[in-house]
Design a protein around this ligand. Sequence first.
Ligand code: G1P
Length: 297
Amino acid sequence: MRKKVTKAIFPVAGLGTRFLPATKSVPKEIMTLVDRPLIQYAIDEARAAGIKEFIFVTSRGKSALEDYFDHSPILEQELRKKGKTELLALLKDTNMDSGAIAYIRQHRALGLGHAVWCARRLIADEAFAVILPDDVIAAETPCLKQMVEAYAETGGNMVAAMEVPPEKASAYGVLDVQEDMGSIVSVKGMVEKPKREEAPSNLAVIGRYILGPSVLNNLNKMRAGAGGEIQLTDAIAADIGTANGVYGYRFRGQRFDCGSKAGFLQATVAFALARDDLRDDLSAYLREVVNMSKAAE
Ligand code: G1P
């Protein structure tokens, strides 16, 4: 039987310049969708998929992330004293087991492939997951859990995949499909941020991966690719045609690009509308806004 995937890497070293000035002092991953930091969604998804060890690849200025995952005994004590049991449960739910989180610094911003490579010594010789917290996926079955289940069938390397409008494909890693089996596709090529006319398809890589240790070996010798950065896509593509193979997985769910302001706002609205305590007020307000803009036309 295939060994369970229990480790996940979270590359969180990015400067978050698109969200300046907020990211002057707040790591992007701590910015909140409603009342939960972006990173919490990624952690919850990883936990649901059976991940037990969480490896953060960070950089200077990210210490708020470490504090966020620390226990907060004084706050917990206060809430207990005041009988705020629901809040206490909510807070405790975000606590991580001692020793479950490791932080590794990426000293230079050399790209996503390099960030993952920085965690190589904590992975050793086993399959691991990578989650890009910017890609938030709302799904009945969390995306990584879907992938872990599909991976049990395929092995090799698996990347989350989604059809995007062809004119947007150049913002992504793009798959060249060998065989389309519905939710799973086998892959014969992968290109990071192709020029529009060179994109092999409009099936884009989304930030969820289950990778074999061979990808870390490939990263050992990887040179800079698109944008002058060491690309994870290239290191995965180097496994195509080997015994490991590469698969794309079309997940069920809605993906939000929280690396962009518009995506972040859309996710905020979607997650708020999914909440019993906010739905009525917010949808009334949204209707009002729509009616106002219609009236102005
Ligand atoms: C990264 C990956 C890219 C992938 C994308 C998904 O790019 O390099 O292959 O399609 O995430 O969000 P980035 O968005 O960091 O430029």
